[in-house]
Design a binder for this molecule. Structure first.
Ligand code: NAP
Ligand code: HSE
Length: 429
C-alpha cells in the first residue's frame, strides 16, 4: 500500500531541525530502503524569525503548537521541544487523537511515563522514545524487547554527553570546567538550560527510564539519588589518574535484594573498566545479567545528527505500525518499584582530606572509619609545610557507614578540611 505519511513536529531546534532536513533531503533514500514516503506538514516553534536549517515552505511553521497536533494531515507527531509543559499535554492530546507520538524528551518520559504509556496503550498507538536515552545509541529497544527475558542485575551508564565531554576535556586537555561547558553548549550537546546536565538531573531522568525498562518497576526521577559534577575538582581528576581511575558521571540502576536502587553521581572508574575509555560526548550503557554476563552499548550520546537518527528510526517504526493498522501491544508491564534508599547500598569511597601533618592524625582518621565499620583499602599522604593532603580509598561498606565516618572527622581538630568525596566504581556485592 503506497501512502505518504504526514509528519508534524513540536520543535525544530538542534534535534527537530536536523530531523526535518533529513526527512526532506534523504526522502528518496528512505523511501527506497523502507518503502515509506514522509511529508513534513506542520512544525511548531517559538520564534518564526529564527533561521532554520531546512527550507521553510508556506504555512509550515506555527507558533501555536496545538495546530500541529490538530492538523488532520499530520499522521505522526514528533515532540522535540523539550520540557514538561506544554510538551506533556500536547503528547497526551496527540495520543488521545489516535496519533502515534515520537519523543526525545527524557525529562517528560521519566516524570510522566506511566500516564503517557497508558494513554498510548488505551488508544492502541505507539509512543516511542528511543532518542530519550543515549542519543544515537539504540538502547530502549534492546532493553524493552531483546533483553526482556533477562533478569538484569545492574546497569551502569554514562548517559549525559555534556558532562562526559566536560570531564574528558578537563582530564585530557587541561581545559577548565567553564571553558569545557561553553564548548559543549556550542556543539549542541547541552540542554537549553545546562543546569540540567551539570547537576545530574538529565542523567537522573535517563537512569530512571533505563531502570524502569530493565527491571519492569517504574522508577521516577525523585527516586534517584542525584549528584552532579559541579564539585569535581581538577585535583581529584589528577589524583584519580595517579591511582588508576578516571572520573566519570555514572548513572547506576541496581537490584538490591528484592528492591532497586538508582543513583547518579561522579565516580572514580578503574581504568580497566570499559566505561573508563568512553570519551567526549560519547555515551555508554554497560548492562550486567546472569545469562548475558555483560553487554556494552556505546556511541554518540548527544548532538543533532545522532539524536535525529534515533528519532527517524522511531518515525519509520511508527509509520510501519500505522500502515499495518496494528494495535500496538504494550512492551513492558510496570509494577511499583521497591526503592532501596541509597544509605543502605554498599559503596566505596575516595576521600581527600587536608590535615595537620603531625603524629597520630592518621590513627584518629583510621579510628573514625573503623568505628563506622568501614575498612580502608589504601592510604596516600603528601606533606606540604605543616599540612598534608591525605587520600583514602575504602572497601565496600553501606553508604550510611561511609558518611558516618566522614562526619566524625568534624570532631577531629587536626582535620582542616574534607576537600572531596567521590565514590569508587566497584563490582556488585
Ligand atoms: P532546542 O535546540 O532548544 O530546540 C527546541 C525547539 O522547540 C525549538 O525549535 C523551539 O523553538 C521549540 N520550542 C520550545 N518551546 C516551545 C514552545 N513552548 N512552543 C513552541 N515551540 C517551542 O532543543 P533540542 O536540543 O533540539 O532538544 C529537544 C529535545 O530533545 C529535548 O527534550 C532534549 O532533552 C532532547 N534531546 C536533545 C539532544 C541533544 O543532543 N540536543 C539529545 C537527546 C535528546 P525556537 O526554535 O523558535 O526557539
Ligand atoms: N544534554 C543531553 C546530553 C543531550 O548532554 O547528554 C542528550 O540527551
Amino acid at each position: 500500500m503506497e501512502r505518504t505519511i504526514g509528519i508534524g513536529l513540536l520543535g525544530a531546534g538542534t534535534v527537530g531541525g536536523t530531523l526535518v532536513r533529513r526527512l526532506v533531503g534523504e526522502s528518496e533514500a528512505i523511501a527506497s530502503k523502507t518503502g515509506l514516503t514522509f511529508d513534513v506538514r506542520k512544525v511548531g516553534v517559538r520564534d518564526l524569525s529564527r533561521p532554520r536549517e531546512f527550507d521553510v515552505t508556506e504555512g509550515m511553521l506555527t507558533t501555536e503548537p496545538t495546530e500541529v497536533v490538530d492538523d488532520p494531515s499530520v499522521d505522526i507527531v514528533v515532540e522535540v521541544m523539550g520540557g514538561l509543559e506544554p510538551a506533556g499535554d500536547l503528547i497526551l492530546a496527540a495520543l488521545e487523537a489516535g496519533k502515534p507520538v515520537i519523543t526525545a524528551n527524557k525529562e517528560l518520559i521519566a516524570a510522566r511515563g506511566p500516564e503517557l504509556i497508558a494513554a498510548a496503550e488505551r488508544k492502541g498507538v505507539p509512543l516511542l522514545f528511543e532518542a530519550a536515552v543515549g542519543g544515537g545509541i539504540p538502547i530502549i529497544r534492546p532493553l524493552s524487547e531483546t533483553l526482556a527475558g533477562e533478569h538484569l542485575e545492574r546497569i551502569l551508564g554514562i548517559v549525559n554527553g555534556t558532562t562526559n565531554y566536560i570531564l574528558s576535556q578537563m582530564t585530557e586537555a587541561g581545559v577548565t570546567y567553564e571553558e569545557a561547558l561553553a564548548e559543549a553548549k556550542a556543539l549542541g550537546y547541552a540542554e537549553p538550560d545546562p543546569t540540567a546536565d551539570v547537576s545530574g538531573a538529565d542523567a537522573a531522568s535517563k537512569a530512571a527510564i533505563l531502570a524502569s525498562l530493565a527491571f519492569g518497576t517504574w522508577v521516577g526521577p525523585s527516586d534517584v539519588y542525584t549528584e552532579g559534577i559541579e564539585a569535581v575538582d581538577a585535583m581529584d581528576i589528577a589524583f584519580g589518574a595517579d591511582f588508576g581511575y578516571v572520573v566519570k558521571l555514572i548513572g547506576t540502576a541496581e537490584r538490591i535484594g528484592s528492591g532497586v536502587n538508582v543513583r547518579v553521581h561522579p565516580a572514580m572508574v578503574p581504568v580497566e573498566h570499559p566505561l573508563a575509555g568512553i570519551r567526549g560526548a560519547t555515551n555508554a550503557v554497560f548492562i550486567e545479567g546472569p545469562s548475558i554476563d555483560s553487554l556494552l552499548f556505546s556511541g554518540p550520546g548527544a548532538g543533532g545528527e545522532p539524536t535525529a537518527t534515533a528519532v527517524l528510526g522511531d518515525v519509520i517504526d511508527a509509520a510501519r505500525e500505522t500502515l499495518a493498522g496494528a494495535q500496538v501491544a504494550p512492551r513492558i508491564r510496570f509494577s511499583a518499584a521497591d526503592v532501596v534508599p541509597f544509605e543502605q547500598v554498599p559503596t566505596r569511597w575516595y576521600v581527600r582530606l587536608l590535615v595537620d601533618d603531625k603524629p597520630g592524625v592518621l590513627a584518629k582518621i583510621a579510628g573514625a572509619f573503623g568505628e563506622a565499620g568501614v575498612s580502608i583499602r589504601s592510604v596516600w599522604q603528601e606533606g606540604v609545610d605543616s599540612e598534608a593532603a591525605l587520600i583514602i580509598v575504602t572497601h565496600h561498606a553501606a553508604e550510611a557507614s561511609q558518611r558516618r565516618a566522614v562526619e566524625a572527622f568534624e570532631s577531629i581538630p587536626d582535620v582542616i578540611e574534607v576537600a572531596s568525596v567521590i565514590r569508587v566504581l566497584g563490582d556488585r556485592v
